[in-house]
Design a protein around this ligand. Structure first.
Ligand code: ME8
Length: 640
């Protein structure tokens, strides 16, 4: 069986991860798990793109060196993925030494072959895009993305002779119709290739940019960030001699959104061809998530934080929503209302209720022991359930292979509805009333459990936690066996006689827009809670917080506030701090007390009083205690 290699874009470290990044990476994880279920050996690559102008500018804004800055943001991405149950095999960083070596090697190879030349160029340069624009590409003289007027820059640079490969690329795309898919993006690429292809400027003079990989044939230049970044897909596998490269490269599936179609569909195949490396198998292009019908943007303030959603609704529900809501290839809209609606109707009602009502009956009628299916009763009361299960598994598989995740889920949900109807029609509660129908009751509930087994396996790539919990509660011990596609198309794998654990609610309904705490079984399993406590700020960030010992000189109530006290504290100098501790401390108890404060918090006005710091407490409201030091300390002593 063919191995399977899936890649995501490597994300720029100039911004924190958001919904869009999470979507691509969840899709890659879903595909990776699905192909593993099909018995393939898989490799899943993601990572961060850390060179270029954009990163230098973002670091500058934060007052950090690029090196420190890229470490911090890259870590945010790396730490987010396990929170969303994303299990990648390798996380590549373009600032790694091994990657730089591959970039140098490929550049040299293409240079030696004569496809890189030196020339002077004057053109309109957009700093946001980090590239030159031709007159034709500009819209009213402005960058189509950033809407800014590009600067005219004249410089000598190295160019990659892409024009030489134009006809070859058109022919390749025409010969392999699914090279770029879905078709709308293939058409877009072909339309672009109808115009003459301009050679690509692949260097930046060090006088303008130092943050990049030095060209192996001219140390006055660094490599253009896209030429560097695209090579991650092979450097991560240990190109040219690494075993993973030999095994996985020929099967590669790239996954991107439409924003980076051109570098992936044009620069990248030509780079591979020029370097004598076989081309990728498919470029899979998805659409954009908009939020509340607008493009996600920092300035509008509608950027969706995946971690926030995960914390409230759980990783499974987040993954389910993304996969169910977006038609791969088209744009989609995110809104929390739609999210909650899907959660309640699909997860809590359809799947969750089926699961609970089925297990409740097994506990009620059979003391929680999986009943034996009785020969002779089976066909009478099958009502086509077995055929439905086979059809669901087939439709699901086809849809997953076509990247039609919404359809794959629809196939599962159609089957869920069939089981629900099956229960209504066979009415186990009626069968249970008569001893003579005991055998029928056994068979009906056996069939229901068997249907749930199939569902628990099919949902695995999308909702790995719910899949595991379902399987545990269905008495399926070896999770591995029940996550194989081949087992899911075979009826009758459930073993009778097994005692099932107490039932639980898989997806408790969300009331008033927020998940209930009962959701914890799925939303917050223990290991995830621990993971959240893992440090996710670096020492540099922590050290920016100036914690000091302060002695309280004076305290008084803030008029018209039940909670606030105005303190004057000695922290080497006198600071006024407004603290919400009035319900826990009397004014007179505070005088002379040594507390710990954040001394460099930006001053802010509270009830008209300028507060110059924050007093640290443990707990809040009813049980709030001041953090103090274990013995007298000089006011202003820093905490280390
Ligand atoms: O372009 N909807 O990095 P990037 C869906 N470093 N997906 C979205 C999205 C949205 N609104 N916004 C971003 C780069 N994405 C380069 C890539 S690869 C060799 C170098 C996702 O941080 C989507 O996958 O801008 C998109 O292609 C990618 O993030 C762009 O990430």
């Amino acid at each position: 069986m063919n191995p399977y290699y899936i890649t995501t874009p490597i994300y720029y470290v100039n911004a924190r991860p958001h919904l869009g990044h999470a979507y691509s990476t969840v899709v890659a994880d879903v595909l990776n798990r699905f192909h593993r279920m099909c018995g393939q050996e898989t490799y899943f690559l993601t990572g961060t793109d850390e060179h270029g102008d954009k990163v230098v500018r973002a670091a500058k804004e934060e007052g950090l060196s690029p090196l420190v800055y890229v470490d911090q943001i890259s870590e945010l991405f790396r730490n987010l993925w396990p929170e969303l149950d994303i299990e990648y095999d390798y996380f590549i960083r373009t600032t790694s030494h091994a990657h730089a070596k591959v970039v140098e090697e490929v550049l040299q190879k293409i240079y030696d072959a004569g496809d890189i030349y030196f020339s002077e160029y004057e053109g309109a340069y957009c700093f946001g895009c980090e590239r030159f624009y031709t007159e034709r590409e500009l819209v009213d003289g402005r960058c189509p993305d950033h809407k800014t007027i590009p600067e005219v820059i004249k410089e000598s640079n190295y160019f990659f002779r892409m024009s030489r490969y134009q006809d070859w690329l058109v022919e390749h795309i025409e010969t392999f119709p699914d090279f770029v898919r879905p078709e709308r993006y293939r058409n877009e690429v072909l339309a672009f290739l109808r115009e003459p292809l301009v050679d690509l400027c692949i260097s930046r003079p060090k006088t303008r940019l130092q943050w990049g990989i030095t060209l192996p044939f001219d140390n006055q230049y660094v490599t253009y960030v896209w030429f560097d970044a695209l090579l991650n897909y092979i450097s991560a596998l240990g190109y040219p001699d690494g075993e993973p490269f030999k095994k996985f490269w020929p099967t590669v599936q790239h996954l991107i959104a439409k924003d980076i179609l051109k570098p992936h569909a044009i620069y990248w195949p030509i780079m591979l061809k020029a370097a004598g490396i076989p081309l990728y198998r498919n470029l899979n292009v998805h659409g954009y998530w908009n939020v509340d019908a607008a493009k996600m943007s920092k300035s509008i303030g509608n950027v969706v934080d995946p971690l926030e959603l995960k914390k409230i609704y759980g990783s499974d529900a987040f993954r389910y929503f993304l996969m169910r809501e977006m038609v791969f290839g088209l744009d989609s809209n995110f809104s929390e209302e739609a999210f909650i609606h899907r959660f309640n109707s699909d997860l809590a009602n359809d799947l969750g209720n089926l699961f609970s009502r089925s297990l409740t009956m097994v506990h009620k009628y059979f003391k929680g022991i999986v009943p034996q299916k009785e020969a002779g009763t089976e066909s009478d009361i099958d009502f086509g359930l077995r055929a439905d299960a086979e059809k669901a598994a087939q439709d699901y598989r086809k849809a997953m292979e076509d990247l039609a995740f919404n359809k794959a889920l629809m196939a599962i949900w159609e089957f869920i509805n069939h089981i629900n109807k099956y229960i209504d029609v066979t009415a186990p509660w009626e069968l249970a009333k008569r001893k003579s129908q005991q055998r029928q009751l056994q068979t009906v509930l056996y069939n229901v459990l068997e249907g749930l087994r199939v569902i628990s396996g099919l949902i695995y790539p999308i909702m790995p936690q719910a899949s595991r919990v379902m399987q545990e509660h269905l008495g399926l011990k070896s999770a591995e066996t029940f996550q194989k596609m081949e087992d899911l198309s075979v009826w009758g794998k459930t073993k009778p006689g097994i005692k099932l654990p107490k039932r639980l609610t898989l997806f408790p309904r969300i009331e008033q827009g927020r998940a209930q705490s009962a959701n914890q079984e799925i939303a917050e399993p223990k290991e995830v809670r621990l993971m959240r406590m893992k440090p996710d700020i670096t020492m540099e960030i922590f050290q920016k917080i100036d914690l000091r010992v302060a002695t309280v000189l004076h305290a008084e109530a803030v008029p018209r506030s039940k909670k606030l006290l105005k303190l004057k504290v000695d922290v080497g100098e006198v600071h006024t701090i407004v603290a919400g501790i009035a319900e826990n401390y009397e004014v007179e108890d505070l005088i002379g007390k040594q507390v710990v404060i954040v001394a460099n918090l930006k001053p802010t006005k509270l009830m008209g009083i300028l507060s110059q710091g924050m007093v640290l407490t443990a707990g809040d409201k009813g049980n709030c205690r001041l953090v103090t030091v274990d013995g007298p300390s000089d006011p202003g002593t820093p905490l280390t």
